[in-house]
Design a protein around this ligand. Structure first.
Ligand code: PLP
Length: 490
């Protein structure tokens, strides 16, 4: 049983008059608050704060912190999100005063260390991607997509071309169409073939002089590397369009191949996926973008440059064609410092091994999972793969077996994989083990999945059985979040 504390709100632990701190006697003259603040601004009643002891506070929040699964507590094969281990050393380094206590309004001369780090990161990201012009500003992958599409828009405008359409395959992440629309483009979905690769005929039918950008995730969210990518790039370039590479899956190809070499003109990285930054909760992500030299003038500004004469780093406002700022200051620097540490720690050969190991782990897990679930897209994958629980639907009559299996995994201490994405796979379970997991962990996960798919429909459908919250109404939770405590809430 979980500690009862963790099931209660801290307000419910409150006992009138209880106290966690003892303040020393005030040693300066005091005045009543109504002499200092106008009465109209004063509350008549004290705020209903919980009255609890110090140990109660500590236990309450420590117990709460264990209710969620995390990379540090559980195997977390959430496909497409790359939930890899966050090295604690990088956390420590990012917290050093020399980084954490800097202020963006300091003079450039007193920020030389940070500017050098950012400049080197720009260079490394440019080299890894084969796209040399880099902006670190965007605050997440989706924001990188938007910024790059704004770059494309500025580029076409400069050339006097009215290109209104952005295209992406049906396996694309939802952020692709969203970014396209936000950047003012119309969005067209291109079909995938049964083998998961882009349907070239459908693509050709939709290419023309209105084509602005084709967005491709390669490897795709199905965990497949589309080997037609060079051909796709040629087709899009022939009609004057640009190729955008959604780089969320760079974990599969670091040091193996480069988007710039297979035809991409622009891309984003997700440092919180590929370069081990912590996701959410612990803070923001980042979404650096890399583009060709041709597109460099349009990048968000400022970028970081080095002045050869004065031997100093400085913030470069760039050309007057720049789309300008897309975020305040230099971007989410804390995440960028972690990415820098990760890249420097591994070096070129190490990064290649990261990807090779991630791909090996995914293929090992695939080979185990295919013993009892469908794998619609073949026997080999890149860093992730999508299994289908459709056979379980037939065997049990369950309506949403992928969801039931995901919930049941919680009982066994595993974070579930991504479910029902991409929509092209029925009852999809998208698994991404990452490079940091051992064979024992992968075996334990596969063995558990095998056990689960043999359980009764009744057991599956009512899972999870051991968690405090079982099946929250996710729609209601999103539409009508209850963020305020009230005395009589039930
Ligand atoms: C995660 C992801 C994104 C969006 O990145 P965020 O950093 O979450 O905004 C875009 N595309 C793909 C394929 C992704 O997996």
């Amino acid at each position: 049983m979980r500690n009862k504390h963790a099931t209660q709100l801290i307000f419910e632990l409150s006992t009138t008059g209880r106290n966690g701190v003892v303040l020393p006697e005030c040693d300066v003259p005091t005045r009543d608050v109504d002499q200092l603040v106008p009465a109209s601004l004063l509350q008549s009643d004290c705020p209903p704060l919980p009255e609890v002891t110090e140990p109660e506070v500590i236990r309450h929040f420590t117990n709460l912190s264990t209710l969620n699964m995390s990379v540090d507590t559980h195997f977390y094969p959430l496909g497409s999100c790359t939930m890899k281990y966050n090295p604690k050393r990088n956390e420590r380094i990012a917290g050093w005063d020399g980084f954490a206590q800097l202020h963006p309004y300091q003079s450039e001369s007193s920020l030389q260390g940070m500017l050098r780090l950012l400049s080197e990161l720009q260079q490394m990201l440019g080299e890894i991607s084969g796209l040399p012009a880099v902006s670190l500003q965007p605050a997440a992958g989706a924001h990188g997509e938007l910024a790059a599409l704004m770059v494309a828009s500025a580029f076409f405008k400069q050339r006097g071309e009215n290109r209104t359409k952005v295209l992406a395959p049906d396996s694309a992440h939802g952020t692709n169409p969203a970014s396209a629309r936000m950047a003012g483009f119309d969005f067209i979905t291109i079909r995938s073939q049964a083998d998961g690769r882009v349907d070239l005929e459908h693509l050709k039918e939709n290419l023309g002089d209105e084509t602005a950008v084709f967005m491709i995730t390669n490897p795709s969210t199905l965990g497949l590397f589309d080997d037609q990518v060079q051909r796709i790039a040629d087709l899009v370039h022939e009609v004057g369009g640009l190729i955008y590479l959604d780089g969320a899956n760079m974990n599969a190809i670091l040091g193996v191949t480069r988007p710039g070499d297979f035809g991409a003109d622009m891309m984003h990285y997700n440092p919180h996926k590929t370069f081990s930054g912590p996701h959410g909760g612990g803070g923001p992500g980042a979404g650096p973008i890399c583009v060709t030299e041709t597109l460099r003038p349009y990048l968000p500004s400022p970028t970081v440059s080095f002045c050869n004469e004065s031997k100093t780093y400085y913030l470069d406002e760039g050309s007057e064609d720049s789309i300008g700022r897309v975020r305040s200051f230099f971007g989410n620097v804390g995440v960028l410092v972690r990415a820098y540490c990760y890249i420097r720690t591994h070096g070129p050969d190490g990064l290649k091994r990261v990807s090779e190991t991630a791909v090996l782990n995914a293929n090992y897990l695939l080979s185990r999972v295919k013993e009892f679930l469908d794998i619609p897209h073949g026997d080999r994958c890149m860093h992730e793969f999508v299994a289908s629980a459709a056979p379980v639907k037939e065997a049990t009559g369950l309506k949403q077996p992928a969801m039931d299996i995901a919930k049941r995994l919680l009982d066994y201490g595993f974070h579930p994989p991504t479910v029902y994405f991409p929509l092209t796979v029925p009852e999809g379970l998208m698994m991404e083990p990452t490079e940091t997991e051992s064979k024992q962990t992968l075996d334990a996960f596969a063995d558990t999945l095998r056990t689960i798919v043999q359980e009764t429909a009744e057991t599956l459908h009512h899972a999870p059985h051991t968690t405090i919250i079982r099946r929250p109404d996710e729609v209601m939770a999103a539409r009508k979040p209850m963020v305020k405590w009230t005395e009589n809430a039930d």
